[in-house]
Design a protein around this ligand. Sequence first.
Ligand code: 5AD
Ligand code: SF4
Length: 465
Amino acid sequence: MTETHANSKKLFVKTYGCQMNVYDSACMSDALAPHGYETTLDMAQADLVLLNTCHIREKASEKVFSELGRLKELQGKRRAMGGDMLIGVAGCVAQAEGEEIARRAPVVDIVFGPQAYHKLPEMLARAEAQRHLHPALKTPIIDTDFPEEDKFEHLPAARKEITIKRGLTAFLTVQEGCDKFCSFCVVPYTRGVEVSRPVAQILAEARGLVDAGVKEITLLGQNVNAYHGLDATGRSISLGELAYLLAEIKGLERLRYTTSHPRDMDDALIAAHRDLDILMPYLHLPVQSGSDSILKTMNRRHTAAEYMAIIERIKAARSDMALSGDFIVGFPGETDADFEDTLRIIADVGYASAYSFKYSTRPGTPGANLGDQVPEDVKNERLWRLQDLVNAQTTAFHQSCVGKTMPVLIERPGRMQGQVGGRSPYLQAVHLDGLPDLIGAIHQVKIIGISTNSLVGWLKAAVAV
Ligand code: 5AD
Ligand code: SF4
């Protein structure tokens, strides 16, 4: 049951960017629940609005500033009605541009990085204390430290109850930060060095989620397969070993993880894919480019051939593995020949899905000091060509599923009346005719067709009802 508070306040969290931010936003709501904050889906009704921001590519921070302009108006309206609205900026833009945000947008009450959300109640109390001061007299509340203490230790026990509202699938952060320092990437600067959560903490959180009805957990980390958390005996456990431990949790039916680095795809993890039914046959393994010289300037620390060798090992362990990747086009110095190498590696791997981006300079990264920028129109053209190829591969992958029967976790009502929707083991969306009582379990579904970005399924029992 939800704890009721005499003067409950409304919280609106807007999440930008990756799944890690989705998880962090959930933790922020959890951290504030014991302080009387209930989440609302209506920003205009909120007593507190938190923007959980992303800094991975250009424009992400500009979006935040334009949203702050809109919030200033909403705050004005609430004040005119006798109410108020506190505004906080969280996440990676906050981490990277804390002072700048406070200077450019005085409407913001608190600014805090990804390592500080457990301190939210205390920061809010400070913001409340000065909310009636003239903006010029307020001291900006900024927390962008990388503390020694473990923020995960501070998650309230109420998490289990809150999770119920999250449904059948949940994210669980096991690792944060990154030591790889790819030359285009801000993550090592905004999220800090690689840190892994202890095994016991993860198992306890996973058990809590399963008790609350979660059937599928996605383990998250910026570099999730570099996970090396300690067990009770002080031994370092790899992600593969962690998967075996999680597989023992009764009631947990599916396990996924993202995002991985090719260098950390070790034997234990590949073996786990061979041995564990619970570990879904889907792997997001970004390569970024197929050109060895670009990979070198990107500081990826692997070649295209090494990446292909890893893919072969994975396919040998689990032949039906669906592969996914990330690509950057137009990295400084990328020639037509380099780009052709990228198209070739995509053709060789055969992706089920992929994400692709035009390179954008991130201040503070080594990439920002490189000359030989690729013109925008060349980047655009390369992106279209790459996406055409990937789209054709995705369609081919969907098509190859037609006629097969596969387990689908039915998660929600479908878009149309009389339909339900879920996910295949390969993370494809599946829609089928069926009553809502199918929701919450894995059913064997025959794939009978494909529609835009999803599969159409058929379930004998569902039609008979
Ligand atoms: N420009 C373009 N894409 C980037 N990515 C990370 N940094 C940049 C950048 N500066 C992409 C990478 C990464 C994904 C999360 O975002 O492909 O894997
Ligand atoms: Fe960024 Fe590279 Fe680390 Fe991924 S591995 S988070 S791209 S630095």
